[in-house]
Design a protein around this ligand. Structure first.
Ligand SMILES: NC(=O)c1ccc[n+]([C@@H]2O[C@H](COP(=O)([O-])OP(=O)(O)OC[C@H]3O[C@@H](n4cnc5c(N)ncnc54)[C@H](O)[C@@H]3O)[C@@H](O)[C@H]2O)c1
Length: 277
């Protein structure tokens, strides 16, 4: 308890899923929480539950991000923990989502049997727009929010216990790769590179920057992938998918004073699915 007392934490894409659980644990640890999301009604609900504030903003739009940070500052709040969590799977609103997941399973099963898949490689169906949107939300969003965060930090230094921290949401897909999800994997790999670069750049300013690379976690994002779950569980030494709390505690640790010597790292709660980042 109280590991984040006195901190103000902005979590993007936190109306639901991993972000909402991070907000819950941060609030329990004493932080004032700011919930960002595209979906402001849901963001407000989450914020109200944990005594925080809610701000709508599309993280892929730099003007919108700068406006949000200005609004936060104008309300006399100083964000000293930023969690760049907002993200998309690319399956949102896609009426072919089930079909696409099925194809990924078919390709994986063919590979296991050493057979040539009967369907074309998914890259042939990937559009320019889908590629650009994926990179815009994950990678541009992480860059825009990190820049605005640093710009808005108070300039007169901080005590070690309240050292500013950035936590970027990567994924095991950023290092392992994943068939049929090239844009997602590229965006997450980019986030890991940006994390390491910013960690070096910002260490002299006493700002820590780390990433979390979750394995497969039960959220609304992964529910359309249910057909893949048996395969994923069979590949996971711990034999299960993760729960949002498995990720929230990693975020609490990386934001807290306990992680004072940790920067540029990727913490990967994934049940053993992937063992090196
Ligand atoms: N669930 C998993 O298995 C898993 C695994 C690895 C990484 N991740 C990553 O964790 C993060 C959260 O995933 P989740 O499973 O909680 O997803 P989710 O779909 O449940 O929640 C994502 C939230 O982000 C918001 N959002 C989307 N685009 C936005 C934008 N442009 N600006 C602001 N908000 C936006 C959505 O409205 C939603 O509330 C994502 O970055 C995701 O890629 C998830």
């Amino acid at each position: 308890m109280d590991r984040l007392l006195g901190r103000t934490a902005l979590v993007t894409g936190a109306a639901r899923g991993l972000g909402a659980q991070i907000v819950k644990r941060f609030a329990e640890e004493g932080a004032h929480v700011i919930v960002n999301d595209l979906n402001i009604a849901a963001a407000k609900e989450t914020a109200t539950k944990y005594g925080g504030d809610a701000f709508a903003c599309d993280v892929s739009d730099s003007g919108d991000v700068d406006r949000m940070f200005k609004e936060i500052a104008s309300r006399k709040m100083e964000v000293d923990v930023l969690v760049n969590n907002a993200g998309i799977s690319g399956l949102e609103g896609d009426n072919q989502a089930e079909e696409r997941v099925k194809k990924s399973v078919m390709i994986a099963e063919a590979a296991i049997k050493g057979e040539l898949p009967e369907i074309d490689p998914p890259i042939l169906e990937a559009t320019d727009a889908a590629w650009s949107k994926m990179l815009a939300v994950h990678l541009n969003g992480t860059f825009f929010c990190s820049r605005a965060f640093v710009r808005n930090l108070r300039k007169n230094g901080s005590k070690p216990e309240t050292e500013p921290a950035v936590i970027n949401m990567g994924s095991i897909m950023g290092t392992s790769g994943g068939a049929g999800s090239g844009a997602y994997c590229a965006a997450k790999a980019g986030i890991l590179g940006l994390t390491r670069s910013l960690a070096r750049e910002l260490a002299p300013y006493q700002i820590r920057v780390n990433a979390i690379a979750p394995g497969y976690i039960h959220t609304d994002m992964t529910s359309p992938m249910a057909e893949m779950f048996p395969l994923l569980m069979a590949q996971t030494p711990q034999g299960r998918l993760g729960e949002p709390d498995d990720i929230a505690w990693a975020a609490v640790y990386l934001a807290s004073y306990e992680a004072k010597f940790v920067t540029g790292q990727t913490l990967s709660p994934n049940g053993g699915w992937y063992m090196s980042q």
